[in-house]
Design a protein around this ligand. Structure first.
Ligand code: NAD
Ligand code: TYD
Length: 380
């Protein structure tokens, strides 16, 4: 069958990528979706079991740093779109091993950009109808202060510039024109990759789009990140390592809402633009952890809150960003996107999913991850 579009999704075996691949494969049977993933510790084909036999889906095990392989694949599949998610994504790992982050996130992105450029520039129509969509993070903007008006206890309700309601710990938000101030090797590498993507537009005229999203949560997230790690630990009554005093604030978005935004922006976003994507949903870590404990306890038939004694304050993360908060009013205004799930609903769905998928957790936490985890917390 002749497909209407041929799209490479990188990192499709990871957390967000698997939701994006599933959405595109199911929603667009007339698109060919090629999932390119190296299958690091974070990539797992079990995340895509339900769609792996679809005729419009192909998996290719490859490293995005392999420029020759990327160019050959683009030529073979006559690719007209790239949705780039492959990355090393965990801040704690970046503190231990910054080189891997520079290699995959910076050089890997450059290798993809250069492959797309050489392939698209070789065609008679050049960049016409093409799109390179780079998925990035709000962490490139650094950290925000916690401020609040006199006499109001946080979280207070404020208004983003769109006028929408926002549960916030401060009056400042990351906007598309906020200064880049990355603090961790992870965010520094993502920031660098964002600059390369924009440089390919400014220098070669490549039709690029960049989006910067807040913290995602939901099914298939590797259990080294806060929410799945803690759900699993509460279930097994293992200690919950809270960094510092648990005062840091993150803006949480349900992963399927991010995938929906990616679909919308890939199709309707303006070329060379940046869009911020956020949940309008800020939580202090310690408050979020208490919600997780109460939810797991309730769903397992334990006394609600009984597992709060698992909370264990440990040394803070080096360079720990205090607060992230996204103003996604540009995306709301231009494309009409907004989060569809209330946080309570999203957390309930997420906790249920992890409790129902112990086999998935056991599978992904065997082997290499165990070794890493042991060294990570030794001495704490
Ligand atoms: P993840 O770690 O779950 O998945 C990353 C995927 O990339 C894995 O499948 C891995 O195998 C693959 N990969 C890693 N190195 C590769 C390489 N060299 N070649 C090919 N594949 C490789 O990450 P995630 O949380 O799904 O994040 C996806 C993207 O979204 C990243 O670019 C990340 O920076 C960005 N992002 C994530 C969040 C979040 O909260 N998770 C928020 C905003 C932006
Ligand atoms: P994480 O899920 O690693 O995402 P990010 O660092 O990209 O925001 O962490 C979310 C927050 O939870 C962050 O403030 C660090 C904190 N955290 C802990 O307190 N303990 C943990 O074991 C982890 C993984 C994170």
């Amino acid at each position: 069958m002749a497909y209407k579009r041929s799209i490479i999704v990188t990192g499709g075996a990871g957390f967000i990528g698997s939701h994006v691949v599933r959405l595109f494969v199911e929603k667009y049977p007339d698109y060919r979706i090629i999932n390119v993933d190296k299958l690091t510790y974070a990539g797992n084909l079990a995340n895509l079991k339900d769609i792996e036999d679809r005729p419009n889906y192909r998996f290719v095990k490859a490293d995005i740093c392999d420029f020759d392989a990327m160019l050959a694949l683009m030529q073979e599949e006559q690719v007209d779109g790239v949705i780039h998610l492959a990355a090393e994504s965990h801040v704690d790992r970046s503190i231990k091993d910054p080189f891997t982050f520079a290699k995959t996130n910076v050089l890997g992105t450059l290798s993809l950009l250069q492959a797309a450029r050489l392939y698209w520039e070789s065609l008679p129509e050049k960049y016409e109808g093409k799109r390179f969509y780079h998925i990035s993070t709000d962490e490139v903007y650094g950290a925000l202060e916690m401020t609040r008006p006199e006499g109001v206890e946080p979280p207070f309700s404020t208004k983003a510039s769109s006028g929408s309601h926002h549960l916030a710990y401060g009056e400042e938000f990351f906007r598309e024109d906020s200064k880049y101030q990355p603090h961790s090797p992870y965010s520094a590498a993502k920031a660098s990759s964002d600059h390369f993507v924009r440089a390919f537009h400014d220098t070669y005229g490549m039709p690029v789009i960049v989006t910067n999203c807040s913290n995602n949560y939901g099914p298939y997230q590797f259990p080294e990140k806060l929410i799945p790690l803690f759900i699993n630990n509460i279930r097994h009554r293992k200690p919950l390592p809270v960094y510092g005093r648990g005062e840091n604030v993150r803006d949480w978005l349900y992963v399927e809402d991010h995938a929906r935004a990616i679909d919308l922006i890939f199709h309707e976003g303006r070329v060379a633009e940046t869009y911020n994507i956020g949940g309008f949903n800020e939580w202090k870590n310690i408050d979020l952890i208490r919600v997780l404990i109460a939810t797991v306890d309730r769903l397992l038939g334990r006394l609600e809150g009984a597992d709060e004694d698992l909370i264990t304050y440990v040394a803070d993360r080096a360079g720990h960003d205090l607060r992230y908060a996204i103003d996604s009013s540009k995306l709301q205004r231009e494309l009409g996107w907004e989060p569809s799930l209330q946080f309570e609903e999203g957390i309930e769905k997420t906790v249920r999913w992890y409790l129902d998928h112990q086999d998935w957790l056991d599978n992904v936490t065997s082997g290499d991850y165990q070794k890493y985890y042991e060294t990570m917390y030794t001495g704490r």
